[in-house]
Ligand binder design. Structure first.
Ligand SMILES: Cc1cc2nc3c(=O)[nH]c(=O)nc-3n(C[C@H](O)[C@H](O)[C@H](O)COP(=O)(O)OP(=O)(O)OC[C@H]3O[C@@H](n4cnc5c(N)ncnc54)[C@H](O)[C@@H]3O)c2cc1C
Length: 414
């Protein structure tokens, strides 16, 4: 079968990998000049199934309201005259109930853990390296409320048999010795020893090179303008470089997915949530995290990628506004200096922002649509690097007429 994959972010590139492995002829289209220049470029680098979970959590609406009036808040809602934003926010709030949170978290955990296993097999098969480490992640808690949240997450992880350890601040400093110099008083942390880290952009470049060597075609600088449908199926994709047709189409367009599917009458609740990151060369190895630290208080993640430190966070719900707010970078740098003083030189850091393709409930949307040759691999939110291999394997299996290896309830609509 000939399959066109729309988008060459981590979700599109891994879709191409599993489709190619299943024996299909694969073509990938992207508007950029190389893979993973969208959200997959500068993310926090965490492949963290153990804390994959929805942002729509109990207590979040109140917190979000409070944060609207704080300069250095981890999440900012900028209300716009945009029905898509309001619809998404209402759906988000309705998912903040405990029962829905638990259900969504378990769905995300299921696909994320499967995804890590897929990534590990892919790595063993290809030997690709991407500044990856399998040294776990430490989630840090500053307040009692955060620690209680950590205990709740630990309980859910225990139920699923996922290794985790709730630790006090002294123990946290043993896991990440650089925390001994932290200027922030800490309550403790949740250690997730099986989680991994790595440079998502580097991974995509390596995998793309391998795919190209094996005959998969990537058309760059190709802007997808329209999916043309006839008689309940997609006829072709119109792009700035002409039309492309295939037997099947996989939509992996990141945050842009909803806009391109809307003219087909498909309403996908994926909204752009902007985040920021900085990347700097590590100045003093002893002052930088050994692996990766997720600071629950600021929702900022610190990840060692070889000799670099990536620090990422901040969420702005304000549509596709790509203004780089200096205050957002200041927050990230300020927290870096507080937790890991002297780890990097702020003035020499590379600055980046990208849009997370967020669903209001958390889980991505996969598989069949009402067009019989159009398939989704979209809405990975803040967990796209963590979930990409698993969701792409599921979608490739569905397209190949095979039963996915995991339960896909809560992920596939049709
Ligand atoms: C600050 C930040 C930190 C994050 N940290 C983590 C983390 O630690 N771990 C984790 O798992 N996830 C993380 N994420 C989320 C993760 O980066 C995303 O979920 C993931 O990159 C989404 O991949 P994607 O392929 O769906 O989208 P993208 O990477 O955005 O790719 C979509 C592709 O579609 C192309 N495209 C879009 N429209 C068109 C068009 N009209 N024509 C042609 N091409 C088009 C784009 O050019 C792009 O290449 C983070 C995100 C951000 C912003």
């Amino acid at each position: 079968m000939k399959v066109v994959v729309l988008g060459a972010g981590v979700v599109g590139v891994t879709s191409a990998w599993y489709l190619h492995k299943a024996g299909h002829e694969v073509v990938v289209l992207d508007q950029n000049s190389e893979p993973a220049l969208g959200a997959s470029f500068g993310n926090a680098g965490g492949v963290c199934p153990s804390f994959a979970g929805p942002w729509a959590a109990p207590g979040m609406p109140l917190k979000a309201l409070k944060w609207m009036f704080q300069r250095s808040a981890p999440l900012k809602i900028r209300p716009k005259i945009d029905p898509a934003q309001w619809r998404w926010l209402l759906q988000f709030v309705s998912n903040c109930q405990t029962e829905k949170f638990n259900h969504n978290k378990q769905t995300m955990q299921r696909i994320a853990h499967y995804s890590l296993a897929c990534l590990q097999s892919l790595r063993a098969e290809t030997g690709i390296q991407y500044a990856n480490q399998s040294a776990g992640v430490l989630q840090l808690f500053q307040s009692e409320e955060e620690f209680d949240y950590g205990a709740h997450c630990a309980h859910l992880l225990d139920e699923e048999g996922i290794p985790n350890r709730l630790v006090d601040s002294a123990e946290a400093s043993k896991i990440e010795p650089a925390l001994k110099n932290s200027r922030v008083p800490l309550m403790g942390g949740l250690h997730l020893p099986k989680d991994e880290t790595g440079d998502c952009h580097m991974f995509c470049r390596e995998l793309t090179a391998l795919l190209q060597a094996q005959g998969v075609i990537f058309h760059y600088n190709t802007e997808i303008q329209k999916l043309v449908a006839e008689d309940g199926q997609i006829d072709c994709v119109d792009t700035s470089a002409g039309s492309f047709d295939a037997d099947a189409y996989v939509v992996a367009l990141g945050a842009k997915v909803a806009g391109l599917l809307r003219p087909l009458g498909l309403s996908l609740p994926v909204y752009p949530v902007k985040g920021y990151s900085i990347t700097g060369t590590i100045q003093d190895s002893d002052n930088a995290p050994r692996s990766s630290v997720m600071d629950e208080h600021s929702k900022i993640m610190f990840t060692r990628l070889g000799d670099r430190l990536r620090v990422a966070g901040v969420a702005e719900i304000a549509g596709f506004d790509d203004t780089l707010r200096p205050s957002a970078f200041e927050n990230v740098l300020h927290r870096t200096e507080a937790l890991f003083p002297g780890a990097i030189k702020p003035a020499e850091c590379k600055r980046w922002s990208g849009f997370r393709p967020m669903t209001p409930d958390g889980p991505p949307r996969l598989g069949k649509t009402r067009y019989n040759n159009l398939f989704l691999n979209a809405g990975h939110g803040s967990n796209g690097w963590t979930q990409a291999c698993g969701t792409s394997k599921v979608v490739a299996d569905i397209i190949s007429g095979m039963e996915p290896e995991i339960d896909t309830s809560g992920l596939c609509q049709a």
